[in-house]
Write a protein that binds this ligand. Structure first.
Ligand code: UD1
Ligand code: CA
Length: 455
């Protein structure tokens, strides 16, 4: 049987007080809706129907996952009505699970467990027992313990309100059953809505079995209605990620001051100081040290490298035992070999440095190929842009670039060449040559400083 997943995301999200639709608000760097869609794809959904209403256009523009089938719900008449909008796209022969765009952390494992329990005559609900069940629909069971219905908070009797088993909203059913039940829903309840939850009583009336499964963690079923709840979920998720890192052999200066907004993979004996942010795919090998306040985006840090305080590394490879920062910026396309040193206020873009080369202070190196054991003096600038096109700078092995040099690209500096400090280099320099391109010093003998005029 094929699996189809319906994700409800048509609600307004009034309490977010935002012009951005609620499900587009990010959790750990990814919109809540993307989290949910990814969970659906992980369990092998053949079709993912996302029901949208408020902010439909904005949502469709923001989410470009090709497997999504957008379904519009013009008026929000309840969860049952929302799923019914997707019904024309759903095969009778499929198994269907219902998720929510504002319940982002549902795991593939929990979802898979729920789905395996569904049958032609069996409806599966994801439930949880909560200390404070208020606000949720309650799971009503018979004396024999069979689930017989879900009652919404607003429709519940005092006795039912005392039930601590709640409906997470997530459920799975056969496509054929939904085709029978959804058109039969009625809105005769306290909220005047078509409740998806009423299919439970319908299933029971048809003699179907209602089975439940529970999530491994309550984080998985947490819905987000406000920015306070979003932040609470974000912190809980970050705490969990920090915990996993530490269990994997990483030292964190403070587990509550790290933000992983992508996929961070660390080998053991990596040490991370406070307030670092990781985005995209980041890989850090053994014995690396990341100083405080660093931002690492889509990069690879090789064994034993040190990234000192306040550095930003993006789209780069940092070689083994390299030392970066403090206050360095590596931009996309930077490839640094073993033992390279990039110091404070140095920006490197689309450039490679071979083994042991250094640019320790106040430089801009862009579109360059730097050989091994090169020393780039303070204040060196590669002038890579003529206002229209970008040009390359090539610096050979063991070259020495004096401080405050402008290398006007395209230009080649040969191996072991030396550039005098303060030079503006516009032509190639051959191997081993010294180039000095600056005004000659003039000393004036017998010169006197001006004296202050008497008034
Ligand atoms: C629902 C459940 C309740 C459960 C709770 C868990 C029903 C009737 N009740 O209640 O048993 O405990 O979730 O959080 O299902 N939505 C649409 N279109 C609509 C209505 C809702 O897309 O017409 C979406 C909303 O955007 C929201 C979700 O469905 O993301 C849940 O809707 P909401 O009205 O908040 O349901 P609850 O009252 O929380
Ligand atoms: Ca809700």
């Amino acid at each position: 049987m094929s699996l189809e997943i319906v994700i409800l995301a048509a609600g307004k999200g009034t309490r977010m007080k935002s012009s951005l639709p609620k499900v587009l608000h990010p959790l750990a760097g990814k919109s809540m809706l993307e989290w949910t869609i990814e969970a659906a794809l992980k369990v092998g959904a053949e079709k993912v129907h996302v029901v949208i209403g408020h902010g439909a256009e904005q949502i469709q523009q923001a989410i470009t996952i090709p497997q999504v089938n957008w379904v519009e719900q013009r008026e929000q008449k309840g969860t049952g009505h929302a799923v019914a909008q997707a019904l024309p796209h759903i095969a009778e022969t499929s198994t269907v699970a219902v998720l929510y765009g504002d319940v982002p952390l549902i795991s593939a494992t929990t979802l898979q467990d729920l789905i395996t329990r569904v049958g032609q005559q069996r409806l599966a609900l994801l439930t949880a027992n909560l200390q404070d069940p208020s606000g949720y629909g309650r799971i009503v069971r018979s004396e024999q313990g069979q689930v017989t219905a879900i009652v919404e908070q607003k429709d519940a009797s005092a006795e039912q309100l005392a039930i601590d088993e709640i409906n997470t909203g997530i459920l799975a059913a056969s496509g054929a059953s939904l085709h029978r039940w959804l058109p039969a829903l009625k809105a005769d309840n306290a909220q005047g809505e078509y409740y998806l939850t009423d299919i439970v009583a319908m299933a029971v009336a048809e003699g179907h079995e209602v089975v439940v499964s529970q999530p491994a963690s309550v984080l998985e079923i947490q819905g987000v209605n406000s920015r306070v709840q979003l932040q609470t979920l974000e912190r809980a998720l970050q705490q969990q990620r920090a915990q996993r890192l530490m269990e994997g052999g990483v030292t964190l200066a403070d587990a509550s001051r790290i933000d992983i907004r992508g996929d961070l993979r660390c080998a053991s004996d990596v040490s991370i100081d406070v307030n670092c942010v990781f985005e995209g795919q980041v890989e850090i090998a053994e014995y690396c040290t990341i100083g405080p306040n660093c931002v690492l985006i889509d990069c690879k840090i090789e064994r034993g490298a040190v990234i000192k305080a306040n550095s930003i590394v993006e789209g780069s490879v940092v070689g083994a035992d390299a030392v970066i920062g403090p206050f360095a910026r590596l931009r996309p396309g930077t490839d640094l070999a073993e033992g390279v040193r990039i110091g404070n206020f140095v920006e490197v873009k689309k450039s490679s440095f071979a083994k042991g080369s250094k640019a320790n202070h106040l430089s801009y190196i862009g579109d360059s190929t730097v050989g091994s054991e090169v020393n780039i003096g303070a204040g060196t600038i590669t002038c890579n842009y003529d206002g229209v096109n970008k040009h390359q700078t090539v610096i050979g092995d063991k070259a020495f670039i004096g401080s405050n040099t402008a290398l006007v690209a395209p230009v080649n500096v040969g191996a072991e060449a030396t550039v005098g400090a303060g030079s503006t280099i516009t032509g190639n320099i051959a191997e081993g040559e010294l180039a000095v391109a600056r005004a000659k010093q003039r000393n004036i003998e017998g010169w006197h400083r001006p004296t202050k005029k008497q008034s």
